[in-house]
Design a protein around this ligand. Structure first.
Ligand code: C2O
Length: 481
């Protein structure tokens, strides 16, 4: 997808993988979908036409688009889903940001197959050795069943997240699965060169390790921002995270495995939370919502409204949401190594209203009630600095913050039984979804629903967030269940 005439057509595609054939929802008839190439600061106009049998939206994950919240994409947050036969034009301007991100469907589980990379080239040269070549590596899952049916099954049984039948690199499962010896992503490289790999985890529910046999990786970018270089043998990406790494082809000529393997496999233990008996979500009568699992943030479980929040805000429609998302958990907890006993979420469409240009500190505390996974919390419309992480309960007086060179991300894996502290300047007005990027948790009505409305005028003064000096106006401590 280059230049001015960018079009995404959502359409069915028949594909055979790991010994079986199915019809998937694809974009432009290829899988994964096309790469969106752009330069820093470009105006992006993409026309999305829906020729599939599901309603859909497209989200530009990690793109810090300013003053164009209508183009962000999450269904029922910033827009209504695009119905079969209809189109929607996403129109936004990139800010000072470059790197690797991705776009994906943002309605039900459609992003299981509807996704593709975003590559944004910087204005200036890279702050590291210029690579001989660059390649995109997008990691995903493959299900023999229709992903929408996998979602329905997960809801009906209230069971753990169904495990994908295969993990994929650029849509291909690789030679270790049955009937898959030719469905292998092969990267041909020359010896003694430096390559830049742009890696994205587009999986629905799985944190993935990525590694290349016998080769070291130097991480140079996370979620669309440069970072202090880090030398490592493998990286772990949560769903929603991306990273650029340099790799030197300094080994003897030969073939080396590139591997993407799950953080966890086999069955995932989790605990049940009492049913709230809320019935069907008001936003979509077709959707079952009878899971007896409820995920929550600060004891609030999101109900998506029948009309997009941004519309409701903009047109002043009352009774769609309430501006009373709590600043801290409704039920205080104490994490002592075993999960605290506070399974009492309330449901609703509550919004956290933050004044424009506030400096925000948000501490996310994983209470480990739901399972043994990290919760990859993703914030739309922003990137945040990850200023601290630690074990157990967050304690302001003993927490050790890095205010010098913290990494910047749009998705943070909040580790089980630990906390992560984020800071950002609320300089982008709009309604921004914040949620767990494990799709199963969003399905369980479901995690981390914080959306926010930055209600002050649509107006922006460009200013850098002075991390150290910025006075923190809003501090939130949220429990992630
Ligand atoms: Cu990558 Cu709300 O999503």
């Amino acid at each position: 997808l280059h230049g001015r005439n960018r079009r995404l057509t959502i359409q069915p595609l028949s594909l055979t993988r790991i010994c079986s054939t199915k019809s998937i929802v694809s974009v432009n008839g290829i899988f994964p979908g096309p790469t969106l190439y752009a330069n820093e600061g470009d105006r992006i106009i993409v026309k999305v036409t829906n020729r599939a049998q599901y309603n859909i939206t497209i989200h530009w994950h990690g793109v810090r688009q300013i003053l164009s919240g209508w183009a962000d994409g999450p269904a029922y947050i910033t827009q209504c889903p695009v119905q079969t036969g209809q189109s929607y034009v996403y129109n936004y301007t990139l800010t000072k940001q470059s790197g690797t991100l991705f776009w994906h469907a943002h309605e039900t589980w459609l992003r299981g197959t509807v996704y593709g990379p975003i590559v944004i080239y910087p204005q200036k040269r890279y702050p590291f050795v210029s690579p001989y070549e660059e390649h995109v590596i997008i990691l995903g899952e493959w299900w023999k069943a229709n992903v929408e049916d996998v979602e329905t099954a997960a809801l009906q049984t209230g069971g753990g997240p169904a495990i994908a039948d295969a993990y994929t690199i650029n849509g291909l499962p690789g030679p270790l699965y049955n009937c898959s010896s030719t469905d292998v992503f092969v990267l041909k490289v020359k010896r003694k060169k430096t390559y830049l790999l742009r890696i994205v985890n587009a999986a629905l529910n799985t944190e993935l390790f990525f590694t290349v046999a016998n080769h070291a990786l130097t991480v140079v970018e996370t979620d669309g921002d440069y970072t202090k270089p880090l030398l490592t043998n493998s990286i772990l990406l949560t769903p929603g995270q991306s990273t650029n790494v340099l790799i030197k082809t300094d080994q003897p000529i030969g073939r080396y495995y590139m591997g993407a393997s799950p953080y966890m496999s086999a069955s995932i233990p989790f605990q049940r939370v009492p049913t709230l008996g809320l019935g069907t979500k008001p936003c979509d009568a077709n959707r079952t919502s009878t899971a007896n699992i409820t995920a929550s943030m600060s004891n609030i479980s999101l109900i998506l409204p029948g009309i997009a929040l941004l519309q409701a805000y903009y047109f002043n429609i009352s009774n769609v949401f309430s501006a009373d998302f709590p600043d801290s958990p409704l039920n205080p907890f104490n994490y002592t190594g075993s999960p605290p006993n506070n399974f009492t979420p309330e449901s609703g469409t509550r919004v956290n209203v933050i004044p424009l240009n506030s400096s925000v500190q948000m501490v996310l505390q994983d209470t480990s009630i739901l399972g043994v996974e990290n919760h990859p919390i993703h914030l739309h419309g922003y990137s945040f600095y990850v200023v601290g992480q630690g074990f157990g309960n967050f304690n302001e007086s003993t927490a050790n913050f890095n205010l010098v060179d913290p990494p910047r991300r749009n998705t943070i894996g909040v580790p089980v039984g630990r906390w992560a502290a984020l800071r950002f300047k609320a300089d982008n007005p709009g309604v921004w979804y914040m949620h767990c990027h494990l799709e199963i948790h969003t399905t369980w009505r479901l995690l981390c629903q914080m959306e926010w409305v930055l209600v002050k005028r649509y107006h922006l003064r460009r200013r850098t967030f002075l991390l150290v000096e910025g006075r923190i106006r809003n501090t939130f401590v949220h429990a992630v269940n």
